[in-house]
Design a protein around this ligand. Structure first.
Ligand code: KIV
Length: 261
């Protein structure tokens, strides 16, 4: 049965961990969906892992839509959530509505994800939700603010910063978000937030007490040139692909491939 936002809420209520992974194209989306994840996230990390940008800042709404359409074609069961890219939603609720509407109408995704929780954003989330667009929040380390944060550093380490993240998460829940990503914050802060909220928290580098976990799939598969400290390698695709390409190259150069008839 297809995953819905209601089912994710039940997962939290029943203590069943939610599994989420990112995807940026049809083939990857099909494989991870068939492997049984609950959420396929078209994360704007695709800017770095699929498009070669240095940060997530340059990726455009058009590029996100292009990738989200391909992902959506590969997914049958999981809930497809698509990130709204930097500066496609911060200006006004109307701008966010336009961008999120395109993600649902043109790409067929079921929900959007926005970073941050400052007061104006809670208003935007509320507007989207009232229009029938499910929204996932994202607090803690918000990569679209990397220039302001001075790098991909753990957030919420000081009492003030922890308080800010807690109040952002509460504001997002009050605005109607159906789940919140907690990125790179201390595990005990993530636990506090998870206990306070009735919507699920999905952790990435936020310890084991969240209601679910998400990773950038390139990090899990060993496809990224660089992995964040909290990622775990479950495969070594960079090495495997290199080896396969070298073997193919050698066989072509030595006239072993294709085999003679
Ligand atoms: O862009 C992304 O891949 C994300 C995840 C790390 C949650 O936002």
């Amino acid at each position: 049965m297809a995953v819905t936002i209601q089912k994710l809420l039940q997962c939290k209520q029943q203590g069943r961990p939610i599994v989420a992974l990112t995807a940026w194209d049809y083939a990857l989306a099909q494989v991870i969906d068939q492997a049984g994840v609950d959420i396929v996230l078209v994360g704007d990390s695709l800017a770095m892992v699929a498009l070669g940008y240095e940060t997530t800042l340059p990726v455009t709404l058009e590029e996100m839509l292009h990738h989200a359409k391909a992902v959506q074609r590969g997914v049958q069961q999981a809930l497809v959530v698509c990130d709204l890219p930097f500066l496609s939603y911060q200006e006004s609720p109307q701008q966010a509505l336009h961008a999120a509407g395109r993600v649902l109408k043109e790409a067929g995704a079921q929900a959007v994800k926005l970073e941050g929780g400052y007061p104006a954003l809670a208003e935007t989330v509320s507007r989207l939700v009232q229009t029938g667009i499910p929204v996932m929040g994202h607090v803690g380390l918000t990569p679209q603010s990397v220039r302001q944060l001075g790098g991909y550093r753990k957030q919420g380490k000081s009492p003030d910063s922890a308080e800010k993240i807690i109040s952002e998460a509460i504001a997002l829940e009050a605005a109607g978000a159906f789940a919140i990503v907690l990125e790179h914050i201390p595990a005990d802060l993530a636990m506090q937030i998870t206990k306070k909220l009735s919507i699920p928290t999905i952790g990435v580098g936020a310890g084991p007490h969240c209601d679910g976990q998400v990773l950038v799939t390139a990090d899990l598969l060993g496809l990224s040139a660089w992995q964040p400290p909290f990622a775990k390698l479950y495969a070594t695709l960079r090495q495997d692909i290199t080896q396969a390409v070298q073997q193919f190259s050698a066989e072509v150069r030595e006239h072993q491939f294709p085999p003679g008839e």
